[in-house]
Write a protein that binds this ligand. Structure first.
Ligand SMILES: [Zn+2]
Length: 258
């Protein structure tokens, strides 16, 4: 198992990215160091890198404690976050590479939730860590960018191979799917994903990961061209233009109030 979710706070996920060849691991988005370190020790791994997707406290709150426990730990941080990543040692930008043992992750700049939000894409694991930009059946709130910024960022993630597994920052899936159904109540992929998610959550299990290809089937923020979604939006907002960014912004606004 190369990727291990470690639940954090009320609904966050940190992830251990494990290189089986060296037993080294990295951690994506650590809020609570004690839980992460317990998992690292239990599996007899060596934590060598911290990989934060953005500066929000629930994604970096454990960094200082990790560094205190493991001197010399590499802590990556996006240039666009302007030093707001605690304990940062290595600055990265879109296109840069991060290393965890023999694993190499490509940094993808996906601003909008924050200006310096990044994803980590590991081709060897066929997986991408999307933080608070792409959720299962949803996307993050647009705090620091504009609607166009988020549309562009989501397009970069959607351009990854369809089989790419998506590991996101929060367990928001069930509510996201409920919202998505208000716009596409007749989408069969969406309906079955919702039934699946309800059953999974009822058992207290995780809904991660998804895949890029699956997200295109039911994530409303990747489906702003869907005729059913557009028809239903027009019923709510008859004056809405056909412009993709305007449609995205309206869906995001409705979700903010859902
Ligand atoms: Zn956030």
């Amino acid at each position: 198992m190369a990727i291990i979710p470690v639940p954090q706070l009320s609904d966050n996920y940190a992830y251990l990215v494990v290189d089986d060849q060296t037993n080294q691991c990295g951690v994506v988005d650590c809020a609570e160091a004690d839980k992460v370190l317990a998992e690292v020790n239990r599996r007899q791994l060596r934590l060598v890198a911290v990989l934060p997707t953005h500066w929000h406290f629930d994604h970096v709150g454990g960094n200082q404690d990790l560094v205190r426990a493991i001197p010399g730990l590499r802590v990556y941080g996006a240039r666009g976050e302007h030093g707001r990543i605690p304990a940062q040692t290595h600055e990265v930008d879109d296109g840069d590479t991060v290393e965890v043992g023999t694993l190499k992750g490509r940094v993808i700049g996906i601003p909008a939730h924050t200006n310096g939000h990044i994803a980590y894409y590991f081709p060897q694991l066929n997986s991408v860590f999307t933080g608070d930009t792409l959720f299962i059946a949803g996307c993050g709130r647009v705090f620091e960018g504009r609607a166009q910024t988020m549309v562009d960022s989501l397009a970069k993630l959607a351009a990854l191979p369809d089989s790419t597994r998506v590991y996101c920052g929060h367990e928001y899936t069930e509510k996201n799917l409920r919202f998505a159904l208000t716009l596409e109540p007749n989408n069969p992929a969406l309906k079955s994903k919702y039934e699946w998610a309800k059953a999974v959550r009822a058992e207290g299990k995780y809904t991660i990961p998804s895949t890029i290809g699956d997200e295109k089937q039911f994530n409303p923020f990747l489906r702003i061209d869907s005729p059913e979604l557009r028809t239903n939006l027009k019923k709510l907002v008859p004056t809405l233009s056909d412009d993709a960014v305007a449609v995205f912004a309206k869906v995001r606004e409705l979700k903010d109030r859902f």
